[in-house]
Design a protein around this ligand. Sequence first.
Ligand code: NAP
Length: 265
Amino acid sequence: MKVILVTGASSGIGLQVANYLAQKGHRVYGISRTKIHEKNVKGIQADVTHYEQLKQAYQDIYDVEGRIDVVINNAGFGISGAIEDTSLKDAHELMNVNFMGVFHSTKAALPFMRESGGGKIINMSSVASRLSIPFQAFYSSSKAAINAFSEALATEVSPFHIQVCSVMPGDIKTGFTKNRRKNEVDSPCYKKRVDKSVGVMEDDERNGMDPEVAAKVIYKLVQQRRMPIYKTIGFKYKVFVLLHKLLPARFAHAVVGAIYGFKKD
Ligand SMILES: NC(=O)c1ccc[n+]([C@@H]2O[C@H](COP(=O)([O-])OP(=O)(O)OC[C@H]3O[C@@H](n4cnc5c(N)ncnc54)[C@H](OP(=O)(O)O)[C@@H]3O)[C@@H](O)[C@H]2O)c1
């Protein structure tokens, strides 16, 4: 039985992961702004953009449990629209939740994980970290930042027997689609392509994988002796990531352009 913290546990992937790990016998704490009331998951209300809230929450958990074994940094949301039309506020908020939130949670957890003699940090990235999606530049950038952060962190904390994995799911059916914040204004010079591109993305998400697929992958990561540094979720997306690695950047870019429809204008 491990003591596991999941951020963004009130919906979608985080809720499924928290319940799945709890059903498997782990002690799970679910952190989100909306407090959860699940039978087997202990809900904690905190905002990942507030480091002090997480620090206090993790201290409280450590005081009760005597250790923290696994932290799953999952909280996140999306914004969409042209870079030129993106408000400074939305861009800052996105980076603050998706990237700084991972930093805050990691910084708050590490002293306790070192005290516990080791553990695992699982950061929720996305396939969009590798295939940067047009009109979702800030989301893609926040996830690419998580990958870079995770790689550096893995080296820094390996002497303390703490492993780090950046998980890159493909499209998954969750509240993410409805929670995506769209630019307030789309300039006429972008509007048609924004609508087409975001429309393709929303369709893919609505027809995406069940969050249980992610829960099973994360359970396996928690259980296995040695985690990989990257884990892609979904066969199709593994092929995309591999092609992106193998193809020259110009071709990969053209493929992403074709998928999101903007060559057809
Ligand atoms: N769905 C996909 O296709 C997909 C694909 C790749 C990666 N991902 C990533 O998977 C993660 C989970 O997304 P999801 O699809 O499960 O979306 P979701 O259903 O919208 O869930 C997002 C979760 O993040 C929490 N959250 C948002 N802002 C927060 C904050 N400031 N502090 C604390 N918690 C916060 C939300 O809880 P509250 O609102 O209650 O705070 C909610 O529990 C995200 O990082 C997302 O980028 C999703």
